[in-house]
Design a protein around this ligand. Structure first.
Ligand code: NAD
Length: 337
């Protein structure tokens, strides 16, 4: 069993821990947190050994009566792969910790691409992470765009991608984020930084992106236009995307008109935390006009990177190839509806 440690037990970290636990070939050796709170209590209740991420603050866990297995250095020493799921920029500060112990580490999309050897998306470049010491699982938006670009590029070739990203203002628990009554061009400069991030996965891809932030917490919505090299019909594109294991085509008959409906659907399907690991593409929106493909997709920012982290663990450890890993991850999580 691959021993995996998780540093940072927030939105992404706690989901990655549960996803790792669900796999037949890996085990959560422990999770690290900076401070005691309800999430620390939940980790202990779930049976995850809990380590203090900051040695000087370790006694806070003891004072709060939360059982502690040790400090993060001990966790990093014992595991084969660390997943860093700390806030943006903290992963970069933690890099030397992983290096000191010679433990390969995964970072999240909030870190800069130049921190790592490889930026990762399982569908697009799994093999590139083989043997790498520092791998970045790209952001929720870049993951969502990469899963779309990969099959289109293979089937038709891509002349150019243009995508408008309508981004949620914050996650549901982030009460300090916004806007609460506005629609913000964000960034105001065009193109946004999201396109170059997609190019860390597809270096030669022509892509321009525009970003907005809106008063919503549930999901991001992408309005995508792809100029294809080869001829395609909307039906063919629909069939192509239906074959992708991490794409969920939202069919007209489901009467799901937005992120609220999607989340309700996921909860009714007994998804943990109402998570939607797949790109949710409205089937009706898939349109091809004069070689230009158009569609809308919703991306659940809290969870689409979770299966990617699981695959990145196997890629770094060299324990499976892309197809095996993706199939195992999907099966263990219950991907697909
Ligand atoms: P979060 O704030 O929900 O969780 C981060 C956790 O790390 C918190 O529990 C925090 O207390 C803890 N932490 C802070 N400093 C730490 C330290 N020094 N050592 C250990 N733990 C520490 O953040 P998140 O949303 O899970 O984001 C984590 C990373 O994932 C970021 O890089 C972010 O950009 C990326 N990401 C976030 C989302 C999203 O929508 N939430 C989506 C994709 C990628």
């Amino acid at each position: 069993m691959l021993q995996v440690g998780i540093n940072g037990y927030g939105t992404i970290g706690k989901r990655v821990a549960d996803a790792v636990r669900a796999q037949p070939d890996m085990e959560v050796a422990g999770v690290a947190k900076t401070r005691p709170n309800f999430e620390a209590e939940a980790a202990v209740r779930k049976g995850y050994p809990l380590y203090a991420a900051v040695e000087e603050r370790a006694d806070r866990f003891d004072a709060a009566g939360i059982e502690r297995a040790g400090i993060v250095d001990e966790l990093v020493e014992r595991v084969e792969v660390m997943v860093d799921a700390t806030p943006s920029g903290i992963g970069a500060q933690n890099k030397s910790l992983y290096e000191e112990h010679g433990t390969p580490a995964l970072y999240q999309g909030g870190e800069d691409a130049d921190l790592v050897d490889v930026s990762f998306n399982a569908r697009a470049n799994f093999t590139e992470a083989g043997g790498a010491e520092h791998v970045r699982v790209v952001s929720c938006n870049t993951t969502g765009l990469s899963r779309l670009v990969a099959p289109l590029e293979e089937a038709y070739g891509i002349e150019k991608v243009r995508a408008t990203l309508v981004r949620r203002g914050g996650d549901p628990a982030q009460s300090s984020r916004g806007p609460i009554n506005d629609v913000l061009p964000d960034p105001r400069t065009i193109p946004s930084h999201h396109g170059p991030d997609v190019q860390t996965i597809f270096p030669g891809l022509a892509i321009d992106t525009l970003g907005l932030k809106v008063p919503a917490t549930l999901m991001h919505t992408h309005a995508v236009n792809v100029s294809l090299d080869g001829a395609a019909t909307a039906t063919e594109v629909r069939e192509l995307l239906a074959d992708e294991s991490r794409v969920f085509l939202v069919e007209e008959g489901m009467a799901i008109d937005g992120a609220g409906g999607l989340k309700e659907f996921a909860l009714d399907a007994d998804r943990p935390r109402g998570d939607l690991w797949e790109n949710c593409i409205w089937s009706e929106s898939i349109t091809v006009e004069d070689g230009d493909l158009y569609l809308f997709q919703a991306i659940h920012q809290e969870s689409d990177v979770v299966p990617e982290n699981v695959d990145a663990i196997r890629a770094v450890a060299g324990t499976a190839d892309a197809a095996e890993s993706i199939a195992t991850t999907n099966e263990a999580l219950g991907m697909g509806f």
